[in-house]
Design a protein around this ligand. Sequence first.
Ligand code: IPM
Ligand code: MG
Length: 357
Amino acid sequence: MEFNIALLRGDGIGPEIVDSAVDVLKKTAEKFGHKFNFTPYLIGGAAIDETGKSLPDETVEGCLASDSVLLGSVGGPKWDSQPPSNRPEKALLGIRAALGLFTNLRPAKLYSALKEASPLRADIAEKGFDIMIVRELTGGIYFGERGRRNGENGEEAYDTECYSKMEIERIAKVAFETAMKRNKNVISIDKSNVLESSRLWRETVHEMAKDYPEVTLTDMLVDNAAMQIVKNPAQFDVIVTSNMFGDILSDEASQVTGSIGMLPSASLGATKRGMYEPIHGSAPDIAGQNIANPIATILSASMMLRYSFDLEKEADAIDNAVNKFLELGFRTADLAGNTGVKTLSTTEVTEKILELL
Ligand code: IPM
Ligand code: MG
């Protein structure tokens, strides 16, 4: 089969890790007899430097014309003084909205080979965990009305959390459908003891649950959830939550797997076209040093094959190669910590994974 993939390398370590995932995709295509065409587009700081705009129209059009998008990461101190409407992060929110990607799937699982890298106590890590975080991606406070104004105490700023029933229904549906293919367990996370938007969230998720009698639905308050992820992560199967809570909890869940450098994500909408990106950021402190862990991006490429192209065998092949790489004891700097284990560079990791494919 033939697919057109838009590449948004972005900033910081973005170009290095995307190149690594592209090598893995090319090898996979070769092995299974497919053809992937790659077209790069500018986004984030790199786009500001070239065109003045963090999200050029050409990028949006190119992504809309593609079968799927692979993204590295955006942002860095160089562009921190950009006006809010032109920040690299704004481009990321903008492209998600332009492509209608309201669902963000963030799997956080503990690889058995990485139990020692997890900051969790041994008896907790021993039980393992495999969580699918379903984060709402184009609504809530990241997209709500915001501004500055003069208040009672002088200057003030505000951001608004707003969810329509429609937005909650469509993300809840994704969560329940996802759970049906897994362990049939959904934990919906909100702050309904305080927020009205969370009360509508909870009500709506429960209404949707009636269509999925086989799925067990539990509510959890977000502060408790933050605690439960370190206390007993094995209790989670599918988590469904709002944009901001999902942003925060997915970083937490990723770190307990050993490193944020391991976690991929898939952003999906109503069509087969998705955008795939590691959940970590642009890590400007290590950019250009060839030491970034490309695994999250490689696994994101695998999610693209699985979710957008229905290439299950091919995705399994990539996941297995990564698994083997870890089982063989290879480590990147972020995974090794201060254990003294010899670590591999970004290009060395890529070569090893290509070999194992
Ligand atoms: C993420 C990031 C982004 C987000 C930022 C960079 C806008 O933190 O993908 O988790 O909040 O969605
Ligand atoms: Mg984040």
